[in-house]
Design a protein around this ligand. Structure first.
Ligand code: B1M
Length: 210
């Protein structure tokens, strides 16, 4: 019997081998890839996200859970693609120009992927032009920007303005990072803010309308 609950538990424990073995088992038992994703992998990752928000687990546990999730996703991805399963939404993500910090941004990517989003990660030191190019290429409806320096926060305002100037009306912007606040998001006209990587999934879902 396929053990979807066991997959979720393996993700929570960060047990990569058990996750992969149980996903493989479920695939062989012809359980739909989407069901394995929703009731196994995403269910586990969402528990980790909630615990992270409550400071019951920390960055290392999230990274290890994300690594287990990736092992399962590697097996599921071809089946999801073949079944034409659409992601919850598509997000362009990056750390803004002048800023090289990517640990928090990478956590945000992992949590978003764990929440069913397709993420186009532009990396670090990303200019407004590069963000806009990536939005146009991917058709993403959410742009998520990270900044860790007070000196690079104004880049977020620059990107929000550039998107408006470029006439891109159907993209919502969200921001985060240690020095960033809701008040700053309001000030620069960003559509959303999240204080941590797990909350970023909730904000992205709200903005993507999913
Ligand atoms: Co830098 N650094 N650093 N640094 N660094 C800080 C940020 C600093 C606070 C240290 C200090 O002085 N106490 C300080 C900034 C001061 C300020 O601006 N107020 C600082 C500085 C000054 C610098 C340099 C200028 C130092 C120098 O060269 N003189 C330089 C700048 C380089 C550059 O970017 N141009 C620099 C360089 C570096 C390293 C390269 C050495 C390294 C980065 C390595 C890397 O990222 N690959 C580094 C590190 C590691 C840090 C500290 C120690 C840790 C940052 C981190 O990864 N935290 C940091 C001090 C500290 O925080 N204790 C510091 C863990 C991470 C999980 O948290 O990124 O906050 P965080 O992400 C959280 C949330 O903020 C949120 O979710 C995450 C998880 O909950 N979040 C989002 C993040 N992005 C989000 C986006 C969202 C939503 C939520 O939606 C889109």
């Amino acid at each position: 019997m396929a053990d979807l609950k066991g997959i979720a538990e393996a993700i929570i424990k960060g047990d990569r081998d058990t996750t992969a073995a149980k996903v493989d088992e479920a695939i062989k038992e012809n359980i739909a890839a989407e069901q394995i994703l929703n009731e196994g992998l995403m269910a586990g990752m969402s528990v980790i996200g909630e615990r992270f928000k409550k400071n019951e687990v920390y960055v290392p546990e999230v990274l290890i859970a994300a690594r287990a999730m990736k092992a399962g996703m590697d097996l599921l991805q071809p089946l999801l693609a073949a079944a034409g399963v659409e992601p919850v939404g598509r997000v362009v993500l990056g750390t803004v120009k002048g800023d090289l910090h990517d640990i928090g941004k990478n956590l945000v990517r992992m949590m978003l992927q764990g929440g069913g989003f397709e993420v186009i990660d532009c990396g670090i030191d990303v200019s407004a032009e590069k963000f806009i190019e990536s939005i146009k290429e991917s058709g993403a409806k959410v742009l998520a920007m990270s900044a860790l320096l007070t000196t690079t926060m104004p880049q977020m305002a620059e990107v929000v303005k550039s998107i408006k100037d470029a006439g891109i009306a159907d993209v919502k912007t969200m921001i985060g990072g240690a020095p960033v606040t809701q008040a700053y998001a309001d000030e620069i006209g960003a559509d959303g803010y999240a204080p941590d990587a797990a909350s970023a999934v909730d904000t992205a879902k709200e903005l993507a309308g999913s």
